[in-house]
Design a protein around this ligand. Structure first.
Ligand code: HEM
Length: 317
Protein backbone atom coordinates (compact mmCIF):
# COMPACT_ATOMS: atom_id res chain seq x y z
CA UNK A 1 0.00 0.00 0.00
CA UNK A 2 2.72 2.43 1.07
CA UNK A 3 4.73 1.37 -1.96
CA UNK A 4 1.90 1.96 -4.43
CA UNK A 5 1.21 5.40 -2.98
CA UNK A 6 4.92 6.09 -3.38
CA UNK A 7 4.66 4.95 -7.00
CA UNK A 8 1.67 7.18 -7.52
CA UNK A 9 3.50 10.21 -6.08
CA UNK A 10 6.47 9.43 -8.24
CA UNK A 11 4.20 9.28 -11.27
CA UNK A 12 2.72 12.66 -10.35
CA UNK A 13 6.22 14.02 -9.97
CA UNK A 14 7.12 12.83 -13.48
CA UNK A 15 3.99 14.44 -14.91
CA UNK A 16 4.94 17.63 -13.09
CA UNK A 17 8.48 17.54 -14.57
CA UNK A 18 7.06 16.97 -18.03
CA UNK A 19 4.77 19.99 -17.52
CA UNK A 20 7.78 22.14 -16.67
CA UNK A 21 9.74 20.83 -19.64
CA UNK A 22 6.95 21.54 -22.10
CA UNK A 23 6.54 25.09 -20.76
CA UNK A 24 10.19 25.82 -21.39
CA UNK A 25 12.10 27.03 -24.36
CA UNK A 26 15.10 25.30 -25.88
CA UNK A 27 17.89 26.38 -28.19
CA UNK A 28 17.30 23.48 -30.60
CA UNK A 29 13.50 23.91 -30.87
CA UNK A 30 13.54 24.10 -34.71
CA UNK A 31 16.39 21.68 -35.36
CA UNK A 32 14.09 19.08 -36.89
CA UNK A 33 10.96 21.11 -37.73
CA UNK A 34 12.81 23.89 -39.58
CA UNK A 35 16.56 23.32 -39.57
CA UNK A 36 17.33 26.25 -41.86
CA UNK A 37 15.28 28.80 -39.92
CA UNK A 38 18.10 30.18 -37.79
CA UNK A 39 20.60 30.59 -40.64
CA UNK A 40 17.90 32.20 -42.78
CA UNK A 41 17.24 34.80 -40.09
CA UNK A 42 20.96 35.46 -39.72
CA UNK A 43 21.54 36.08 -43.44
CA UNK A 44 18.54 38.39 -43.66
CA UNK A 45 19.73 40.39 -40.64
CA UNK A 46 23.26 40.58 -42.01
CA UNK A 47 22.04 41.96 -45.31
CA UNK A 48 19.69 44.45 -43.63
CA UNK A 49 22.51 45.68 -41.38
CA UNK A 50 24.96 45.83 -44.31
CA UNK A 51 22.46 48.06 -46.09
CA UNK A 52 21.86 50.27 -43.05
CA UNK A 53 23.81 49.79 -39.80
CA UNK A 54 21.07 51.45 -37.78
CA UNK A 55 18.69 48.62 -38.63
CA UNK A 56 20.65 46.47 -36.17
CA UNK A 57 19.82 48.93 -33.41
CA UNK A 58 16.18 49.08 -34.47
CA UNK A 59 15.81 45.29 -34.37
CA UNK A 60 17.37 45.12 -30.91
CA UNK A 61 14.95 47.76 -29.64
CA UNK A 62 12.02 45.91 -31.21
CA UNK A 63 12.84 42.89 -29.05
CA UNK A 64 13.00 45.05 -25.90
CA UNK A 65 9.67 46.69 -26.68
CA UNK A 66 8.13 43.30 -27.41
CA UNK A 67 9.37 41.61 -24.23
CA UNK A 68 8.50 44.41 -21.79
CA UNK A 69 4.86 44.42 -22.90
CA UNK A 70 3.04 41.19 -21.95
CA UNK A 71 6.22 39.17 -22.54
CA UNK A 72 8.14 38.22 -25.70
CA UNK A 73 5.08 37.31 -27.74
CA UNK A 74 5.36 39.50 -30.85
CA UNK A 75 2.44 41.60 -29.59
CA UNK A 76 4.46 44.64 -30.73
CA UNK A 77 4.04 43.58 -34.39
CA UNK A 78 0.24 43.49 -34.43
CA UNK A 79 -1.62 46.15 -36.37
CA UNK A 80 -4.78 47.68 -34.90
CA UNK A 81 -7.98 45.71 -35.46
CA UNK A 82 -11.62 46.32 -34.66
CA UNK A 83 -11.11 44.15 -31.57
CA UNK A 84 -8.08 45.89 -30.09
CA UNK A 85 -5.69 48.77 -30.58
CA UNK A 86 -2.15 47.52 -31.08
CA UNK A 87 1.03 48.81 -29.47
CA UNK A 88 2.40 50.64 -32.49
CA UNK A 89 0.73 53.92 -31.56
CA UNK A 90 1.92 53.87 -27.92
CA UNK A 91 4.09 56.88 -26.98
CA UNK A 92 7.42 55.00 -26.92
CA UNK A 93 6.66 53.30 -30.27
CA UNK A 94 4.83 55.77 -32.50
CA UNK A 95 6.94 57.29 -35.23
CA UNK A 96 9.92 55.61 -33.57
CA UNK A 97 9.96 51.82 -33.67
CA UNK A 98 11.51 50.43 -36.84
CA UNK A 99 12.31 47.10 -38.45
CA UNK A 100 8.78 45.81 -39.15
CA UNK A 101 9.57 45.35 -42.85
CA UNK A 102 12.71 43.37 -42.09
CA UNK A 103 10.70 41.06 -39.81
CA UNK A 104 8.06 40.66 -42.58
CA UNK A 105 10.77 39.74 -45.10
CA UNK A 106 12.29 37.18 -42.74
CA UNK A 107 8.87 35.75 -41.92
CA UNK A 108 8.01 35.23 -45.58
CA UNK A 109 11.36 33.54 -46.23
CA UNK A 110 10.90 31.24 -43.25
CA UNK A 111 7.24 30.55 -44.17
CA UNK A 112 8.29 29.35 -47.60
CA UNK A 113 10.80 26.99 -45.99
CA UNK A 114 8.50 25.64 -43.27
CA UNK A 115 4.92 26.99 -43.30
CA UNK A 116 3.34 27.63 -39.92
CA UNK A 117 6.32 26.52 -37.86
CA UNK A 118 8.47 29.45 -36.76
CA UNK A 119 6.91 32.09 -34.51
CA UNK A 120 7.24 35.82 -35.07
CA UNK A 121 8.40 36.23 -31.47
CA UNK A 122 11.28 33.79 -32.02
CA UNK A 123 12.20 35.64 -35.22
CA UNK A 124 12.45 38.92 -33.28
CA UNK A 125 14.57 37.30 -30.56
CA UNK A 126 17.03 35.74 -33.02
CA UNK A 127 17.13 38.90 -35.15
CA UNK A 128 18.02 40.99 -32.07
CA UNK A 129 20.90 38.68 -31.19
CA UNK A 130 22.17 38.55 -34.79
CA UNK A 131 21.94 42.35 -35.01
CA UNK A 132 24.17 42.82 -31.98
CA UNK A 133 26.66 40.30 -33.39
CA UNK A 134 26.60 42.03 -36.80
CA UNK A 135 27.57 45.31 -35.12
CA UNK A 136 30.49 43.76 -33.23
CA UNK A 137 28.77 42.91 -29.96
CA UNK A 138 28.52 39.69 -27.96
CA UNK A 139 26.50 36.62 -28.90
CA UNK A 140 24.18 34.64 -26.62
CA UNK A 141 22.14 31.46 -26.86
CA UNK A 142 18.57 32.26 -27.87
CA UNK A 143 16.04 29.94 -26.32
CA UNK A 144 13.30 29.11 -28.85
CA UNK A 145 9.73 27.91 -28.91
CA UNK A 146 7.89 31.11 -27.99
CA UNK A 147 4.44 31.35 -29.55
CA UNK A 148 2.72 34.49 -30.76
CA UNK A 149 0.02 36.40 -28.91
CA UNK A 150 -3.50 36.86 -30.17
CA UNK A 151 -3.76 40.24 -28.43
CA UNK A 152 -1.72 43.37 -27.84
CA UNK A 153 -1.83 46.02 -25.13
CA UNK A 154 -1.58 49.70 -25.94
CA UNK A 155 -2.00 50.59 -22.27
CA UNK A 156 0.81 48.27 -21.11
CA UNK A 157 3.09 49.66 -23.81
CA UNK A 158 2.42 53.12 -22.43
CA UNK A 159 2.88 52.12 -18.80
CA UNK A 160 5.61 49.46 -18.84
CA UNK A 161 8.25 50.97 -21.14
CA UNK A 162 10.40 53.58 -19.39
CA UNK A 163 10.53 57.05 -20.96
CA UNK A 164 13.60 59.18 -21.75
CA UNK A 165 12.71 61.72 -19.05
CA UNK A 166 12.93 59.07 -16.30
CA UNK A 167 15.10 59.59 -13.24
CA UNK A 168 17.26 56.79 -11.88
CA UNK A 169 14.64 55.62 -9.39
CA UNK A 170 12.00 55.34 -12.13
CA UNK A 171 14.41 53.36 -14.33
CA UNK A 172 15.21 50.99 -11.48
CA UNK A 173 11.49 50.53 -10.76
CA UNK A 174 10.54 49.94 -14.41
CA UNK A 175 13.12 47.16 -14.69
CA UNK A 176 12.44 45.73 -11.26
CA UNK A 177 8.78 45.41 -12.30
CA UNK A 178 10.01 42.94 -14.94
CA UNK A 179 12.31 41.09 -12.53
CA UNK A 180 15.58 42.85 -13.31
CA UNK A 181 18.16 44.17 -10.86
CA UNK A 182 19.57 47.69 -11.14
CA UNK A 183 22.82 46.10 -12.39
CA UNK A 184 20.97 44.34 -15.21
CA UNK A 185 19.19 47.60 -16.05
CA UNK A 186 22.57 49.33 -16.43
CA UNK A 187 23.94 46.50 -18.58
CA UNK A 188 20.85 46.52 -20.84
CA UNK A 189 21.03 50.31 -21.18
CA UNK A 190 24.39 49.72 -22.86
CA UNK A 191 22.20 49.00 -25.93
CA UNK A 192 22.36 52.74 -26.44
CA UNK A 193 25.89 52.24 -27.73
CA UNK A 194 24.13 51.83 -31.09
CA UNK A 195 21.30 53.66 -32.85
CA UNK A 196 19.67 57.05 -32.92
CA UNK A 197 17.15 59.17 -31.06
CA UNK A 198 14.82 61.94 -32.18
CA UNK A 199 15.23 65.56 -31.14
CA UNK A 200 11.90 65.50 -29.32
CA UNK A 201 13.40 62.99 -26.88
CA UNK A 202 16.54 64.99 -25.99
CA UNK A 203 15.55 68.65 -26.57
CA UNK A 204 14.90 69.46 -22.92
CA UNK A 205 18.23 67.96 -21.97
CA UNK A 206 20.37 69.87 -24.46
CA UNK A 207 18.74 73.25 -23.71
CA UNK A 208 17.99 73.04 -20.00
CA UNK A 209 20.12 70.53 -18.16
CA UNK A 210 23.31 71.25 -16.24
CA UNK A 211 24.87 67.77 -16.20
CA UNK A 212 25.74 67.84 -19.90
CA UNK A 213 29.06 68.66 -21.57
CA UNK A 214 28.51 72.16 -22.98
CA UNK A 215 30.38 71.61 -26.26
CA UNK A 216 28.35 68.46 -26.82
CA UNK A 217 25.07 70.25 -26.00
CA UNK A 218 25.87 73.11 -28.38
CA UNK A 219 26.76 70.77 -31.23
CA UNK A 220 23.46 68.91 -30.81
CA UNK A 221 21.48 72.16 -30.82
CA UNK A 222 22.49 72.79 -34.44
CA UNK A 223 20.23 69.95 -35.61
CA UNK A 224 17.67 70.07 -32.81
CA UNK A 225 16.17 73.54 -32.63
CA UNK A 226 14.20 74.88 -29.68
CA UNK A 227 11.05 74.36 -31.66
CA UNK A 228 10.51 72.24 -34.76
CA UNK A 229 12.72 69.46 -36.09
CA UNK A 230 11.18 66.95 -33.68
CA UNK A 231 12.20 63.99 -35.81
CA UNK A 232 15.78 65.10 -36.46
CA UNK A 233 18.17 62.40 -35.36
CA UNK A 234 21.29 62.25 -33.24
CA UNK A 235 23.34 59.18 -32.31
CA UNK A 236 22.81 57.79 -28.80
CA UNK A 237 26.56 57.06 -28.70
CA UNK A 238 28.28 60.15 -30.04
CA UNK A 239 31.58 58.37 -30.76
CA UNK A 240 30.82 54.98 -32.36
CA UNK A 241 27.06 54.72 -33.07
CA UNK A 242 27.44 51.87 -35.53
CA UNK A 243 29.60 49.70 -33.31
CA UNK A 244 28.52 47.69 -30.30
CA UNK A 245 31.23 48.60 -27.78
CA UNK A 246 31.40 50.28 -24.36
CA UNK A 247 31.73 53.85 -25.68
CA UNK A 248 28.24 54.62 -24.35
CA UNK A 249 29.58 54.24 -20.80
CA UNK A 250 32.73 56.23 -21.57
CA UNK A 251 30.52 59.04 -22.86
CA UNK A 252 28.48 59.04 -19.65
CA UNK A 253 31.70 59.69 -17.68
CA UNK A 254 32.20 62.91 -19.69
CA UNK A 255 28.52 63.94 -19.40
CA UNK A 256 27.80 63.05 -22.99
CA UNK A 257 24.71 60.94 -22.45
CA UNK A 258 22.11 61.93 -25.07
CA UNK A 259 18.93 61.21 -23.13
CA UNK A 260 18.17 62.46 -19.64
CA UNK A 261 17.65 58.80 -18.69
CA UNK A 262 21.11 57.88 -20.04
CA UNK A 263 22.94 60.45 -17.93
CA UNK A 264 20.94 59.37 -14.87
CA UNK A 265 23.07 56.22 -14.78
CA UNK A 266 26.12 58.37 -14.01
CA UNK A 267 24.95 61.34 -12.01
CA UNK A 268 26.25 60.83 -8.49
CA UNK A 269 23.92 57.91 -7.68
CA UNK A 270 24.07 54.20 -6.90
CA UNK A 271 24.87 53.09 -10.47
CA UNK A 272 27.94 55.33 -11.00
CA UNK A 273 30.44 52.66 -10.02
CA UNK A 274 29.01 50.14 -12.47
CA UNK A 275 29.14 52.67 -15.31
CA UNK A 276 32.79 53.31 -14.44
CA UNK A 277 33.50 49.57 -14.44
CA UNK A 278 31.89 49.07 -17.85
CA UNK A 279 33.74 52.09 -19.26
CA UNK A 280 37.02 50.40 -18.29
CA UNK A 281 36.10 46.81 -18.96
CA UNK A 282 34.58 45.91 -22.32
CA UNK A 283 34.57 42.20 -21.52
CA UNK A 284 32.56 42.55 -18.33
CA UNK A 285 30.02 44.76 -20.12
CA UNK A 286 29.64 42.28 -22.97
CA UNK A 287 29.27 39.34 -20.59
CA UNK A 288 26.70 41.06 -18.38
CA UNK A 289 24.83 42.37 -21.41
CA UNK A 290 24.59 38.92 -23.00
CA UNK A 291 23.34 37.37 -19.74
CA UNK A 292 20.75 40.10 -19.26
CA UNK A 293 19.57 39.64 -22.87
CA UNK A 294 19.03 35.92 -22.25
CA UNK A 295 16.91 36.86 -19.25
CA UNK A 296 14.99 39.54 -21.17
CA UNK A 297 14.22 37.23 -24.05
CA UNK A 298 12.73 34.71 -21.62
CA UNK A 299 10.12 37.11 -20.22
CA UNK A 300 6.74 35.33 -20.04
CA UNK A 301 6.86 33.37 -23.29
CA UNK A 302 3.71 31.68 -24.54
CA UNK A 303 4.42 27.96 -24.87
CA UNK A 304 2.61 24.64 -25.28
CA UNK A 305 -0.93 25.24 -26.47
CA UNK A 306 -1.16 28.94 -25.65
CA UNK A 307 -0.91 31.50 -28.41
CA UNK A 308 -0.37 30.59 -32.05
CA UNK A 309 2.19 30.64 -34.85
CA UNK A 310 1.07 33.65 -36.85
CA UNK A 311 1.24 33.36 -40.62
CA UNK A 312 1.50 37.12 -41.03
CA UNK A 313 3.34 38.74 -38.12
CA UNK A 314 1.10 41.80 -38.29
CA UNK A 315 -2.19 39.90 -37.93
CA UNK A 316 -3.74 37.26 -35.73
CA UNK A 317 -4.50 34.13 -37.83
C1 HEM B 1 16.70 52.19 -19.55
C2 HEM B 1 15.58 52.64 -20.06
C3 HEM B 1 15.45 53.01 -21.51
C4 HEM B 1 14.93 54.17 -21.98
C5 HEM B 1 14.35 55.31 -21.17
C6 HEM B 1 15.05 54.12 -23.43
C7 HEM B 1 14.59 55.11 -24.28
C8 HEM B 1 14.92 55.18 -25.62
C9 HEM B 1 14.58 56.28 -26.48
C10 HEM B 1 13.76 57.50 -26.08
C11 HEM B 1 15.11 56.03 -27.69
C12 HEM B 1 15.03 56.90 -28.94
C13 HEM B 1 13.70 56.70 -29.62
C14 HEM B 1 13.40 57.80 -30.61
O1 HEM B 1 13.88 58.92 -30.43
O2 HEM B 1 12.65 57.54 -31.58
C15 HEM B 1 15.78 54.77 -27.61
C16 HEM B 1 16.45 54.18 -28.64
C17 HEM B 1 17.01 52.92 -28.57
N1 HEM B 1 16.90 52.04 -27.50
FE1 HEM B 1 16.32 52.52 -25.65
N2 HEM B 1 15.64 52.95 -23.80
C18 HEM B 1 15.90 52.23 -22.66
C19 HEM B 1 16.42 50.96 -22.60
C20 HEM B 1 16.74 50.21 -23.70
C21 HEM B 1 17.00 48.80 -23.69
C22 HEM B 1 16.90 47.90 -22.46
C23 HEM B 1 17.29 48.44 -24.96
C24 HEM B 1 17.61 47.08 -25.54
C25 HEM B 1 17.78 45.98 -24.84
C26 HEM B 1 17.25 49.65 -25.76
C27 HEM B 1 17.58 49.74 -27.08
C28 HEM B 1 17.53 50.89 -27.83
C29 HEM B 1 18.14 51.03 -29.14
C30 HEM B 1 18.99 50.00 -29.83
C31 HEM B 1 17.78 52.31 -29.61
C32 HEM B 1 18.10 52.90 -30.98
C33 HEM B 1 17.03 52.43 -31.95
C34 HEM B 1 17.16 52.94 -33.38
O3 HEM B 1 18.13 53.59 -33.75
O4 HEM B 1 16.23 52.63 -34.15
N3 HEM B 1 16.87 50.69 -24.97
N4 HEM B 1 15.63 54.26 -26.34
Amino acid sequence: MAFSSFKFSFYLFLVFLLGIASAQLSTNFYSTSCPRAISTIKSAVNSAVAKEARMGASLLRLHFHDCFVQGCDASVLLDDTSGFTGEKTAFPNANSLRGFDVIDTIKSQVESLCPGVVSCSDIIAVAARDSVVALGGPSWPVQLGRRDSTTASLSSANSDLPGPGSDLSALITAFSNKGFTANEMVALSGSHTIGQARCTNFRTRIYNEANINSTYATSLQANCPNSGGDDNLAPLDTTTPKFFDNAYFKNLLSQKGLLHSDQQLFNGGSTDSQVTTYSNNLVSFKTDFANAMVKMSNLSPLTGTSGQIRTNCRKVN
